[in-house]
Write a protein that binds this ligand. Structure first.
Ligand code: AMP
Ligand code: MG
Length: 338
């Protein structure tokens, strides 16, 4: 696609908002990752998102809104759990899945054909100003080609969707807001049933959510797929990735026997310090730094010349480490646990 960069100022926001209202695509920063947005009330606009991403049509999109009132105005049921979660965690990296009512304003394509809608209010000033200026709810998955790592910078969006990489025709307007602060997508909780169900670990930690709505349940096995997106391979680099879900010491020992010249390594600072690895991305010392560097690190190693595989070392479920673990497990061709 043709990527048109817009400045992160009032004029850029107005141009992007007009594009959304005209049914065009706008890539914009949020606190989690960059989104590829379209007017969520227009089936034609939303079709452009699926085309640009090469996204399966049964994988639903998250609708971005300015606040809880705008979420309710989509024409959904808004149970007490949705109200409580929105009150405590919006704006922020939490998506709630609620039931569509008869007044539903988003087409079935946004919902992947389901009777539910996923909504979120992002915590990013550019995103919020864009939503307010557009005056429409914005359906926005991550701005990558389907299945690939999510973009956390405007450059990564341009790489993913620009000429050559993306076969789709047309224009995507791109608002550059610098690197995304969190680096992994929102936590998705389904509150459309009798118990809250965790559909995807993400930027908001499990414990924070459970404080307000009690234990999060697992999706029912064998029942109808409540979140079709979870079936697809996701986040994967082009080269096969091996996840070493081991202690630091075990991982270091294991890696000393690896063909270092052909392997790209993504690991926390301590591991990086102990090994003199040639192609390496340092995820830092904390779950927060690892989340922020994860997707850009995977893309960087994937582009590194002369490598035939990637290895990641991660085994920390603390805070956003939970989501880092989930993304690496889903990106990996193989997981080593002992
Ligand atoms: P992304 O692909 O990063 O935009 O994440 C969106 C994810 O949210 C999807 O892959 C689904 O797993 C989930 N999701 C969106 N809408 C729904 C819905 N109506 N019901 C259940 N899950 C949903
Ligand atoms: Mg995505």
């Amino acid at each position: 696609m043709e990527v048109v960069w817009l400045p992160a100022d009032g004029a850029g926001i107005q141009r992007a908002a007009a594009a959304l209202r005209a049914g065009e695509l706008v890539a914009f920063p949020t606190e989690t990752v960059y989104g590829l947005g379209a007017d969520a009330t227009s089936a034609a606009a939303v079709a452009g998102v699926f085309r640009a991403k090469g996204r399966p049509l049964d994988n639903p999109l998250i609708v971005h809104v300015t606040d809880a009132a705008a979420a309710e105005a989509l024409g959904v049921e808004w149970p007490p759990a949705a109200a409580v979660l929105a009150e405590h965690f919006w704006p922020g990296p939490l998506t709630v899945v609620v039931r569509a009512a008869t007044a539903i304003r988003v087409p079935a394509s946004v919902r992947g054909g389901l009777d539910t809608v996923a909504v979120r209010c992002p915590d990013h000033s550019l995103a919020r100003r864009l939503l307010a200026a557009a005056g429409v709810p914005v359906a926005a998955p991550s701005a990558n080609r389907s299945g690939r790592p999510s973009p956390t910078t405007a450059d990564a969006v341009a790489e993913a969707l620009g000429e050559g990489r993306c076969g789709s025709a047309g224009v995507v307007w791109l608002l550059d807001g610098g690197p995304a602060r969190i680096g992994v997508e929102s936590t998705v909780v389904d509150v459309s049933g009798p118990h809250p169900v965790l559909l995807r670990p993400g930027g908001l930690a499990r414990g924070a959510i459970e404080r307000w709505v009690g234990p999060l349940h697992e999706p029912a096995a064998g029942g109808p797929a409540r979140s079709p997106g979870m079936r697809y391979r996701h986040y994967a680099p082009e080269r096969p990735l091996v996840l070493l879900a081991l202690s630091t010491d075990q991982a270091v020992k294991r890696l000393r026997a690896w063909p270092a010249a052909r392997t790209g390594l993504l690991a926390e600072h301590r591991v990086v310090q102990e090994l003199q690895w040639p192609a390496v991305v340092d995820l830092g010392d904390t779950p927060d730094s690892a989340a922020a560097g994860l997707f850009a690190g995977l893309v960087r190693l994937d582009r590194w010349p002369g490598l035939d595989r990637l290895a990641a070392v991660w085994n920390n479920q603390e805070g956003v480490g939970w989501a880092v673990m989930n993304r690496l497990e889903r990106a990996a061709a193989e997981v080593v646990r002992s």
